[in-house]
Design a protein around this ligand. Sequence first.
Ligand SMILES: Cc1ncc(C[n+]2csc(CCOP(=O)(O)OP(=O)(O)O)c2C)c(N)n1
Ligand SMILES: [Mg+2]
Length: 527
Amino acid sequence: MPSVRRVSHAFLERQGLTTVFGNPGSNELPFLAGLPEGFRYVLGLHEGAVVGMADGYAQATGRPVLVNLHAASGSGNAMGALTNAVASRTPLVVVAGQQVRPAIGLEANLASVDAPALMKPLVGWAAEPTCAADVPRALAQAVFEARLQRRPTYLSVPYDDWSADADDNARAVLDRRVLRAAVPGGEQGRWLAEEVASAARPALVLGGDIDSAGRFDDAVRLAERLGCPVWAAPSLFRLPFPNRHPLFRGVLPAGIAPVAEAFEGHDLVLVLGAPVFRYHEHLPGRYLPAGTRLIQVTEDASAAARAPVGEALVADPGAVIDVLLASPGTGGGAPAGAPLPVPEPLTAEGPGLHPEEVFAALREELPEDTAYVVESTSTNAAWWRQMDLRRPGSYYFPAAGGLGFGLPGAVGVAMAQPGRPVAGVIGDGSANYGITALWTAAQHRVPLTVVLLRNGTYGALRWFGGLLGVPDTPGTDIPGLDFTRIAEGYGVRAQHVGGVAELRAALAERPAGPRLIQVDTALTTPS
Ligand SMILES: Cc1ncc(C[n+]2csc(CCOP(=O)(O)OP(=O)(O)O)c2C)c(N)n1
Ligand SMILES: [Mg+2]
């Protein structure tokens, strides 16, 4: 009889979950023993980095990814990073080791007391199988739930289960297949097309899900057909539309009042692939201007249920785009004009470069199809003023605002797309939360450029302090960090660049492996 472990490995193989991001402890070793050829274990040195790398990898491949974590201590370390994966709807399947069954109740060392409850508020589904024979089925459920819910799942497995025998019933998971269709019914499609066709001044709001679903180009076709303005949804984690397209109006501000203000004069707002809305700054007001209706299309049933306003259709927004493109009544948009021009970069007074100078250099020196993973918080306005991103999968940002995604996420994105240039644009504060990913990048010789923006401070917090009327808080300056030495310690080649010319020359090089470029920058505000 095959073991639970063999059946589980075979199931993972069939489902294509053969790249495992992890950081093991003793509880996890029995699962990892005898991983079949074709599996790749990507070791991360801290669980936050492990989840960040897996998140980037899963987002860039569009497929569920297995994450292997140590019991409560390792899983706990991963929770901050999981908040981002929840918000970006990344299907991570976290499998954690548990003490042997007889030792859990007596709380032996490394027993995770009530392991599913530890993760429950974050993950979409969490369990510990009730017996060893149920492990393969539970593992299959973890994979399918992650895919169907598009949310991380968590499975805690007592380590003595892996060597137990798997009976015929347990082996049935090998032939399981779970498909999903989320095309709107004919009547729903007609209703939506009519609403859009009869709107006098419609507007589109696109969420990160549009890019995750591979519908970036289709969104352009829809917008051009409707000839209506397009915003990206607030708290953007992936870019769903070319940011210099003439119909693009930018990323909506993440506050109730300014969102309503942006919609002024529109009778219909069609939101595709986003919650309504993921606000941040508390700027109260009416959700919508008088006379504006909102229709949300999302595959995320919970996002539809919790929205405070509007009508919702729970369906695949990509399929809805197809319906609207095929509907005769939705045409009429004028041909799109020339791309919006890029302004001259601002320059700084002091010794550091203005972030706009750095981003202008990225735009001009790196290939046009570069995928950027950004975690630099005070430079948001400068970023969107300078960048010209026209391709799907060009932009990733920590979806829940939890720092520690950027650097690991960039490693994961680069591992997933070896043929595509990838750059991490990382603040000097942010870098520390996922810094150990540099080691993994060095070990796997991941081709990646990390541009480290050193302004010596948690710039966004200073700005936020002003906004909240508390400008004089401690704990916001971070002097004395040299990331060239830190990177070299992890095995990543690094250089400090002084001026724009030196930065541009560095960017023009195309090394095979990872490299870090540190540049001193002036403090700016995010908006
Ligand atoms: C895990 C986590 N801890 C703390 C914060 C709070 N936080 C938000 S922005 C920020 C500063 C980031 O600094 P840096 O990367 O240097 O970017 P800058 O604002 O200077 O551009 C901090 C600490 C957070 N978002 N996530
Ligand atoms: Mg900083």
